[in-house]
Design a protein. Structure first.
Length: 249
């Protein structure tokens, strides 16, 4: 899916995704695009976003940032039936983004994450939500990292897995914890080891301790080699999954 090109960045209108209701919509998109597409997406960015893009040292990192932000604008613009370039954003104390200006009261909420060449987006109405995606990399899943950041229960559960399953277990745990921190808007003001999540293959994604019952977890695999998780509050909701490429005109 990553890098697949269809000539324009406009998303096709569809009642399937534009009518969000009480659902949570989760999208994934490859970030490696043709230069023409990157240029068109960059035209929709604000001056602040372009400035952030220009601070990247490597061109590939810059281009991926432009695509990730440009596609976010395309998605939100589709739900709001507005020009993506006209959207404004604000940022919480710990960096959580939200719609601002004319659309601050729209009720539409969102979160995004990207890793290597993949971005994921969670979009809903009137709730707190967070999403995290990670490219599974064995060199980033060491036991010393788990001991520093995971709860004692999570470390024990991770070590109980067969050796060949521990890398995937590590990233299942990491993404679920990060999704929750992002959903709360508190970031690392909430210590990672102050709560516990499930991490074993085949076990439902859930909070095991340290989190209010109003919070829910869902996990999924957007594409091969990646793992992702969504955290949200309120009543349980239907989650629908979409690929950006399936809706590109």
């Amino acid at each position: 899916m990553a890098g697949r090109e269809r000539g324009t960045v406009r998303l096709a209108s569809s009642a399937e995704w534009m009518q969000i209701g009480d659902e949570i919509h989760v999208w994934h998109a490859g970030l490696d695009r043709e230069r023409k597409t990157i240029g068109r997406l960059e035209e929709t960015l604000s001056l602040d976003e372009r400035g952030r893009a220009d601070r990247f040292h490597f061109v590939n990192d810059r281009n991926r940032f432009v695509v990730a932000r440009g596609l976010l604008r395309e998605l939100l613009g589709g739900y709001l039936r507005q020009d993506p370039a006209g959207l404004e954003f604000s940022y919480g104390q710990h960096g959580k983004p939200a719609l601002a200006g004319a659309y601050a009261s729209s009720g539409l909420c969102f979160n995004l994450s990207h890793s290597s060449g993949l971005a994921v987006y969670a979009i809903a109405t009137a709730r707190n939500l967070g999403i995290d995606v990670e490219h599974i990399r064995p060199d980033s899943a060491g036991d010393n990292i788990a001991k520093r950041h995971f709860s004692a229960r999570e470390v024990s559960d991770l070590r109980a897995l067969p050796p060949e399953a521990r890398v995937d277990g590590f990233f299942r745990c990491w993404t679920r914890k990060e999704a929750y921190l992002k959903a709360t808007g508190m970031g690392l003001q909430i210590p990672l080891n102050s709560f516990a999540v499930s991490l074993a293959q085949g076990q439902p994604a859930q909070f095991l301790s340290g989190v209010d019952p109003r919070w829910h977890l869902e996990a999924y695999q957007p594409t091969e080699g990646y793992v992702a998780a969504i955290a949200y509050d309120g009543a349980p909701r239907t989650i629908k999954y979409f690929s950006v490429d399936a809706y590109l005109k």
